[in-house]
Ligand binder design. Structure first.
Ligand code: FES
Length: 221
């Protein structure tokens, strides 16, 4: 058993204090950042706040910036030294917990219009890419990699466009997804096919591009 170092960005909303705090944690060779955070909370500091649920890549709640990149804590192996911060571009509620509201309210709106516009027996169109889009676990890590997303609600970003496309490509969808996508700034994506998804979903090819094409916006990529 080795000892690893975790340098964690803390934020305490009551006092407004933001600072770095270091912890030393015993760790075996295959242990993850999430297991170290759980150790800290159980044995060293019960005030450290972070989100998790499934403990293995499904819930998408443990997204955070680890050693400079957005990753899932439950899938990231510990190094000898680890620098951990909340996901960038989103408001911080406390420590490693970010406010997901800006994205969840957009997703709620999309789901509501799906329920209103559901048309069984409507258009017949379900390319294989739709199944790949369904693998999104809404971890929000893609927002960190998207150069266009800066935290504003006027631009959807990769996750929201992937969800819009997922509905758009459903045979029974009755909503006007291309119009919704334009309202959320998808035209800004036409020069940037650079979406990055931790689950390997080809967001631009299977999500953004069909919406751009349906909206009559060309893309050379
Ligand atoms: S704890 Fe669920 S994805 Fe990491």
């Amino acid at each position: 058993m080795n000892t690893v170092k975790l340098r964690i960005r803390r934020y305490l909303p009551d006092s407004g204090q933001a600072y770095w705090q270091e912890y030393q944690v015993p760790a075996g060779p295959d242990e993850t950042v999430l297991s170290a955070l759980l150790y800290i909370r159980e044995h060293l500091d019960s005030t450290l706040a972070f989100r998790f649920s499934c403990r293995y890549k499904h819930c998408g709640l443990c997204g955070m910036e680890i050693n400079g990149r957005a990753r899932l804590a439950c899938l990231t192996r510990l190094k000898a030294e680890n620098t951990i911060q909340p996901l960038p571009k989103l408001p911080v509620i406390r420590d490693l917990v970010v406010d997901r509201q800006v994205i969840t309210s957009l997703l709620d709106g999309i789901r509501a219009s799906w329920q209103e516009g559901f048309q069984p027996g409507g258009k017949v169109l379900e390319p294989p890419g739709r199944r790949r889009l369904a693998a999104c676990n809404e971890c929000l890590c893609c927002l960190s990699y998207c150069p266009g997303y800066q935290g504003e609600s006027s631009f959807g970003g990769p996750l929201v466009f992937a969800r819009l496309a997922w509905y758009f490509l459903h045979p029974a969808d009755g909503g006007d997804r291309p119009l919704e996508a334009i309202g959320l700034g998808i035209h800004r994506c036409q020069d940037c096919p650079g979406c990055r998804c931790l689950r390997g979903i080809p967001v631009f090819r299977e999500g953004v591009r069909p919406l751009l094409a349906a909206a009559g916006i060309g893309h050379a990529g």
